[in-house]
Write a protein that binds this ligand. Structure first.
Ligand code: GS8
Length: 217
């Protein structure tokens, strides 16, 4: 039996999970959650994730939330299927995957997510983006991307010369970010730009990106 993902394909956190499922060639069922109706705040969904957020993954008796914990589980369980995203045969490489996975969640995500939220979600609610929030976070993100530019001038991917979970975790937010004026932060850093073009053109992500239509008129 395949796994079930509760979520919506346009959501960044859900698409992070869908990307690894495609990368591993796994069968899965996407069970839609009606966010507008508040289905994620109702008892049946809260029993799966008490924080009332998507995505949730069910694999047999196991129920997981937190997209990065879900991808780590899938990467470990299916480490022998397709690309090894956690470098399980090499302690040092595996540790570097963890380092750059942490960098994504501790430094990259806190800067990029408010920018995507202001540019894409706020207008969908009929409100005006807060330029001060955008500018402050662009400044934060630029500093993070300076570190990436330096790193990616010596290794092809973040953790080393191999595609890993650390790179995969960046895909969904950067995809929406690249539709905003902030995209220049990526485009003006040659190594970051080449890395972005490489990771976003992987077939597993291209399939997921087709459904990432938030903010499209
Ligand atoms: C965040 C989940 C989240 O923000 C993760 O899984 O990585 N750290 C968690 N989910 C959002 C959609 S993100 O595209 C969500 O469920 N929002 C609705 C809400 O909070 O009510």
């Amino acid at each position: 039996m395949g796994v079930k993902v509760h979520g919506v394909a346009v959501s960044t956190c859900t698409s992070r999970v869908l990307t690894i499922l495609h990368e591993k060639g796994l069968d899965f069922e996407l069970v839609p959650v009606n966010l507008l109706a508040g289905e994620h705040k109702q008892p049946p969904f809260l029993a799966k994730n008490p924080f009332g957020q998507i995505p949730v993954l069910e694999d047999g008796d196991l129920t997981l939330f937190e997209s990065r914990a879900i991808t780590a589980y899938v990467a470990e369980k299916f480490k022998e299927n397709g690309v090894d995203l956690i470098r399980h045969n090499n302690l040092n490489e595996a540790a570097l995957v963890k380092v750059w996975t942490e960098v994504e969640s501790q430094s990259f995500h806190p800067a990029i997510s408010p920018i995507v939220f202001q540019h894409i979600i706020v207008p969908m609610r009929g409100q005006t983006p807060d330029q001060a929030v955008i500018d402050a976070n662009l400044e934060k993100l630029a500093k993070v991307l300076d570190v990436y530019e330096d790193r990616l001038s010596s290794t092809k991917y973040l953790a080393g010369d191999f595609y890993s979970l650390a790179d995969l975790h960046h895909l969904s937010y950067t995809y929406y970010f690249m539709k905003t004026p902030g995209a220049s932060l990526v485009n003006e850093r040659p190594h970051v730009k080449a890395w972005w073009e490489d990771i976003s053109s992987r077939p597993a992500f291209k399939k997921v990106a087709e459904a990432m239509t938030l903010g499209q008129k």
